[in-house]
Design a binder for this molecule. Sequence first.
Ligand code: TMP
Length: 207
Amino acid sequence: MILRNFAVFEGIDGTGTTTQLREMERRFVSRGKKAWFTAEPTDGETGKLIRRLLSGERRVHPDTMAHLFAADRCEHVYGAGGIEEHLSAGMAVFSDRYVFSSLAYQGSTGDTELPASLNRGFPLPEYLFFFEIDAALSMERIRSRGGSAEIYEKESFQRVVQERYREVVGRFEEQEPGMRIVRIDATRPIEEIAEKIWSIVSELPKM
Ligand code: TMP
């Protein structure tokens, strides 16, 4: 099932999805338009646990991470104040990451079947913006931000995730003609990328 007026931003770490989400939020708010901006992992209880595990505080089995991301997503989509509720209220919803992150990241840490089966049931977004950049450049961006690296923020791993993302996105392009999939060259200037996304989403929510 495809959820109309639902858009997601995806890509390896350091591609600028969060910057673009904020940019769209600024544009929607300044025009008084109805939209909800959200992200995964969420700031709910499962999302907070995921954040602690991403920091490397404790190690858990890769399959446990796949389950946690799916549980966090379940609440994000169906829980009170979640994606479905906002869409039903007539708002557009933008999420920084969604099922494609699990298919790409958890599909790179273990076998691809578990993330595929855990995520098969979630509704799909109408728009998928896939941000692409060379892993060396994205890691350089992450290092320049400072702070301590999360468990997935290693160049060799990001390369594997990038490849997996390409496979996953390619498959959705073939199999889900109802989704609009837009590839973003994440090396382009922030304003240029924002204009490209805005030219597609500025009319949302469509009734
Ligand atoms: P963020 O850095 O975009 O906030 O995302 C946190 C990290 O979690 C990032 O490395 C991607 C990873 N992640 C997964 O591995 N699987 C998922 O399903 C999601 C939503 C994020």
